[in-house]
Ligand binder design. Sequence first.
Ligand code: TXA
Ligand code: MG
Length: 356
Amino acid sequence: MQYKRTEVIRVDPVEPEPAVIEQAAQLLRVRELVVFPTETVYGLGADALQPAAVEQIFVAKGRPLSDPLIVHIAREDELESLVTEVPAQAWRLAQAFWPGPLTLILPARMQVPKLVTAGLATVAIRMPRHPVALALIRATGSPIAAPSANRFMHVSPTTAQHALADLNGRLPLILDGGPCMVGVESTILDLCTETPTILRPGGVSLEQLRAILPEVQPPPERQHLPEEALIEEAQKSPGQLPVHYAPTVPAFLFEGSPEPMLRAMLKEVKRREEQGELVGVLVADEDVAAFQDCAACIYALGNTAEQVAVRLFAGLRVLEEAGVQVILCRSFDRQGLGLAIRDRLLKAAGGKVIKV
Ligand code: TXA
Ligand code: MG
């Protein structure tokens, strides 16, 4: 459906105004879409139990129906109405990380619309740690299916303005709760395989998960597989295509120990500038000085993994809007949130890695 105008309403991210939440919940109940903040990224929500509502998500995003959605709940007892079995592991993880950026893959009940699961026998469930998201789910009286609120294949939105830029005119309402606190999407953990395996690294780290379940496996290193194997893998694990969080300009990820890596980036910036290209660069705060005499657009992501996660998607969008022709990005340590950061950078670069 085409709306003349998408209304953006500010909402208090800590104590959301009940009248604003009610206005949004009313829309969801009548099968409309609402964009709302979560602690990870903004979500494009629909009532998860109404197929006609869920269908609109795919239309608004331009997303293929083969890509299943995450169902957001506000109370643990809602789990039992969505899944056939809650293994003891799931309860322990929920206890430790919910509400929070962890999505669990569990066996789906028949009641979950096929549009939500893309016809799979499993469903992805998470309880977000954002007061606005939780209040909205409660007020709607139904779980909310929500992908990230970006157009398909674009960078995930960490502000209401990012969501508006991608989806203006495609839904009636965006709740603006300010910037997201985590900045990368939830960790997706498959509990339907023999050993719990991470399908997408995210806001809860491998180390944190292993403190509760030592057997948790990291995501398979898909990027090193040949292309045919990648396509086969992607069909088994929908939504895990190597190119996914792509900015609209080509990006390259530089990898290696910090000094040679930065030297190689600097050299590449200069080479491209000599050809008249406008170059965008994503670096840590401490690297900015090294690029001072370049004409490139430099975006500093911070120094800690937490800071980099929060700014990463905004950085890609800022460079894109600045009209750069190429984005060069440094890599970061893979500890903790670093694994999710690396995953998003690899996807933004479409697997184009320059090893130094
Ligand atoms: O942090 C997040 O997870 C955000 C916020 C809005 O909650 N949501 C999000 O949704 O990132 P989305 O749709 O952009 O990514 C969800 C991923 C997709 O790659 C999808 O393929 C995967 O979850 N997924 C959903 N259901 C699945 C299932 N049953 N089995 C395997 N993967 C599944
Ligand atoms: Mg997404």
